[in-house]
Design a binder for this molecule. Structure first.
Ligand SMILES: NC(=O)c1ccc[n+]([C@@H]2O[C@H](COP(=O)([O-])OP(=O)(O)OC[C@H]3O[C@@H](n4cnc5c(N)ncnc54)[C@H](OP(=O)(O)O)[C@@H]3O)[C@@H](O)[C@H]2O)c1
Length: 269
């Protein structure tokens, strides 16, 4: 599978999977060919993810595992011990460790330093952030000595993230699209449905292809085998310039789904 900044371009999201449903969904995803799995301390399912990875029998070096430091663990007294707990659940160092939500100003620089320290200590192969604005990416990347490879943000055909993408790329970072299907809303777009009808492909594959074709990583979640298989098929779908542009027009509606008070920053647009 194609990689951007070393990250397999299509991954499997795991929120809000837990217990047997998590075991089953992750096992199915791995069986079908997903190798990149996205979890977080906040999801409470790192142990299930670790168990599914171990049961799969797939060599660890073939997998790409992402986890995220919870806002409650961002303080200097908890940061690294929380990462050690995560990797105990996940049965070894992760491939990419993210700060899940931007730290408060007073913790910001120290949190970025601790993130880089986690990498230096071998707890993770690479580091990045999530839900950072342009100004936050700039500040964090400077503090990290350019070690950050990614910013995981809400990204789908109903939301214009072009400015954040452009700035991330200038900083050497890729965007990772969470809610790539806008939790099902993307498939209700008439424009996307019509392109799917024309190409004889489901609207969900069209929405994912629009993301992947921009060199943005996508991490759709599904509980269903047939949907996981379909999401993988989005890798083979090539959209014309005209179809890409038509979907980009849809994104100017700017429908953001995720903005939890207390954690969410003042977004760029
Ligand atoms: N960094 C962050 O702050 C953050 C925030 C939110 C999410 N995330 C990560 O991003 C991942 C993905 O986001 P998300 O789960 O919120 O949204 P999403 O992937 O856009 O949408 C998931 C929904 O789409 C449905 N779906 C998936 N594939 C489908 C297909 N081929 N056809 C029809 N329906 C399909 C699923 O239903 P079925 O189960 O019925 O298929 C599920 O209800 C999460 O799991 C999590 O790992 C990160």
């Amino acid at each position: 599978m194609k990689r951007v900044n070393g990250i397999p371009i299509l991954g499997f999201g795991t929120y809000p999977l837990s217990s047997e449903e998590a075991d089953r969904a992750i096992a199915t995803a791995l069986e079908l060919g997903f190798r990149h799995v996205d979890t977080a301390q906040m999801y409470g399912n790192e142990a299930e993810v670790g168990r599914a990875l171990a049961r799969s029998g797939i060599a660890r070096k073939e997998l790409y595992i992402v986890t995220k430091v919870d806002p409650g663990n961002i303080g200097a007294d908890r940061f690294l011990s929380s990462v050690e707990r995560s990797i105990a659940h996940l049965d070894g160092p992760v491939d990419l460790l993210l700060i899940h939500w931007p730290p408060q100003d007073k913790h910001f620089d120290k949190a970025v330093e601790l993130l880089v320290e986690a990498k230096d200590r071998g707890l993770t192969g690479a580091v990045g952030v999530s839900n950072f604005t342009i100004a936050m990416m700039q500040r964090a990347q400077a503090r990290a000595g350019n070690a950050l490879i990614a910013n995981q943000v809400e990204f789908h055909p109903l939301l214009d993230q072009s400015r954040v993408k452009e700035e991330a790329e200038k900083l050497g970072m890729v965007l990772m699209a969470y809610c790539p299907l806008a939790r099902g809303e993307a498939m209700k777009s008439k424009v996307i449905q019509e392109i799917g009808y024309k190409l004889k492909r489901p609207a969900s594959e069209v929405a994912l292809a629009w993301i992947l074709q921009q060199n943005v990583v996508a991490i759709p979640m599904t509980t269903k085998r047939e949907n996981a298989a379909s999401n993988l098929r989005a890798l083979d779908l090539v959209l014309s310039r005209a179809d890409m542009d038509a979907i980009t027009q849809v994104s100017h509606g700017n429908r953001r789904l995720i903005s939890p008070p207390g954690w969410a920053p003042k977004w760029d647009s």
